[in-house]
Design a binder for this molecule. Structure first.
Ligand SMILES: [Zn+2]
Length: 159
């Protein structure tokens, strides 16, 4: 079944703003959401903390507050919302993943034991949304925006 990824505009707006605020350095965090079968709804996110490392070309999630917020969301939602991926910004250039980005998604997918979503925010109007599975030829495939609602973007694999 083709996985659909629903990205709330609230989350998309927060990511876009965070990129602008942190320029010219990168920023990032984790994505929190719901899974229904192969489908993922991104409902919340974590932001850069003081313990994270950010440079012009890299971002490393080291602050323990990322994990704390994910755990708090999981508890508050009755164990339905959990870690579904990560996001980071590219201060310049396209929302295309680097070799480092792909490697990090692979590690995250292995840690979670499920496919994860990687979101890259660049200067383009919509973020780059990528599906990362643990193995297989579809690893790191870019999803296309197929529908825009009042408060969401819907992404799916192109044909
Ligand atoms: Zn990157």
């Amino acid at each position: 079944m083709t996985p659909y990824v629903l990205l709330s505009k609230k989350v998309a707006d927060e990511i876009r703003l965070a990129r602008q605020v942190r320029l010219p350095k990168e920023t990032g965090g984790f994505l929190i959401g719901l899974r229904r079968g192969p489908h993922i709804e991104i409902t919340d996110l974590t932001h850069q903390g003081t313990g994270d490392y950010a440079s012009h070309t890299s971002f490393e999630r080291r602050d323990p507050r990322h994990r704390k917020k994910i755990l708090a969301s999981w508890r508050a939602s009755g164990s339905t919302e959990s870690l579904v991926g990560d996001w980071h910004s590219h201060p310049c250039g396209a929302p295309e993943p680097s070799a480092t980005d792909r490697k990090a998604w692979k590690t995250l997918a292995q840690a979670v034991g499920r496919p994860v979503i990687g979101v890259i925010e660049a200067a383009s109007s919509t973020p780059g949304v990528f599906l990362a599975v643990r193995r297989g030829i579809r690893f790191g495939v870019r999803l296309e925006m197929v529908e825009e609602g009042q408060d969401y973007f819907l992404f799916a694999e192109g044909r």
